[in-house]
Design a protein around this ligand. Structure first.
Ligand code: ZN
Length: 140
């Protein structure tokens, strides 16, 4: 999977971006690239996985696998995570949320694994948007 720096302009599936949206990358990790590590707030992973289950975007064919190093063997492929009692496969879609300032923040759904297993710490504005489950912005 291509890697992008957090908060860089989103270009991966640019044709899927609403006109005028300021779309930014979050959590496109892989290979040997460094990324911030830390603890996310209580509830972040639960909110994220429900967004991945109920509001995934830009679904692709086939699954991406995590390309970061794993000390205890590779995770399942496709990677599966539990969402409120049901298991879902991750690696083929995105989670899109709006920051409080109206930016469209776009993460691969595998970011769940990056946070849970690799201790990836996403930008604060993304954490806030996921906890708020802000999947639209402004007037609907
Ligand atoms: Zn991994």
């Amino acid at each position: 999977m291509t890697t992008y720096s957090d908060l860089s302009p989103y270009v991966y599936a640019a044709e899927t971006i609403p006109p005028g949206a300021n779309a930014l990358n979050i959590g496109w990790l892989g290979g040997d690239n460094d990324f911030p590590e830390g603890d996310v707030p209580e509830g972040f992973l639960d909110s994220f996985i429900l967004l991945a289950r109920d509001h995934s975007s830009a679904r692709m064919r086939g699954w991406h696998a995590c390309s970061l190093p794993h000390e205890n063997g590779k995770p399942s492929y496709p990677y599966r995570a539990e969402a409120d009692g049901a298991w879902i496969a991750l690696g083929a879609a995105e989670v899109r949320v709006y920051s409080a300032g109206g930016e469209l923040l776009i993460a691969p759904d595998l970011a769940y694994h990056y946070v849970k297993y690799h201790k990836y710490l996403p930008p604060q504005k993304f954490i806030e948007a996921v906890l708020a489950r802000r999947i639209s912005f402004g007037v609907n």
